[in-house]
Design a protein around this ligand. Sequence first.
Ligand SMILES: Cc1cc2nc3c(=O)[nH]c(=O)nc-3n(C[C@H](O)[C@H](O)[C@H](O)COP(=O)(O)OP(=O)(O)OC[C@H]3O[C@@H](n4cnc5c(N)ncnc54)[C@H](O)[C@@H]3O)c2cc1C
Length: 215
Amino acid sequence: MRRAWIRGSIGGAVRMNAGGHGSDMAASLVRVRVVDLAGGEDGAVAAPALDLGYRRSSLASTQVVVHADLQLAPGDRATAEAEVAEIVRWRRANQPGGQNAGSVFTNPPGDSAGRLVDAAGCKGLRHGSAQVSTKHANFIQADEGGSADDVWAVMREVRRRVADATGVQLRVETRMVGFADPTDDPAPEPEPAGQPDGVAGPGGPGGPGGSGVGA
Ligand SMILES: Cc1cc2nc3c(=O)[nH]c(=O)nc-3n(C[C@H](O)[C@H](O)[C@H](O)COP(=O)(O)OP(=O)(O)OC[C@H]3O[C@@H](n4cnc5c(N)ncnc54)[C@H](O)[C@@H]3O)c2cc1C
């Protein structure tokens, strides 16, 4: 499992199918326990029912992952430590430190968001307290005490410039929470299509009381 150096909680990692370096959560996730804040259901859901894909899952915004079972392959400790060390070395060499939220845009099919942002001349682009990293164009650095509004303004400007320069509409990987005008969101990920309640919950066909997609 190559999740070394990806920051965050296990629930967020499941929802986003976090990954990198040739692997992701889908590679080792067996099942989760999900509590639905809307319906109150609480039970197990098997990983295939989460429809995990590139930085996405079918979890609805009301569904909270409170437990995850992972299946890991036994291996040699020294080999694993060397692999983690190499990932950390690569990240330090290629990605910025400081205050950032990781990759800002998802990679469009067959291309890299960082390459497109760079090609549109956005490296170093600044708005107030936020700036596109000069080290890796798909990262936005915030100054000490910086504001999320400034980060968002940079995201929108980058997206506009990339669309103008390349015709590609970048999609936002970062989840935006608490902004006054949600219609201003540069590219919100839609709720899972045709599944207003997200995955079939424990009380649904996949749950302990149902059949089909549950654990
Ligand atoms: C420096 C840096 C590097 C990063 N590198 C990578 C990388 O290489 N690959 C990668 O995939 N990501 C990367 N990330 C992004 C992020 O760390 C991961 O996606 C992480 O797994 C998200 O977990 P989180 O707890 O931070 O979730 P948050 O960012 O807090 O939330 C992400 C989404 O998950 C939802 N969520 C959070 N907790 C739960 C829960 N318990 N149940 C259901 N939904 C939940 C939130 O509502 C939100 O929609 C990086 C971030 C940073 C800061």
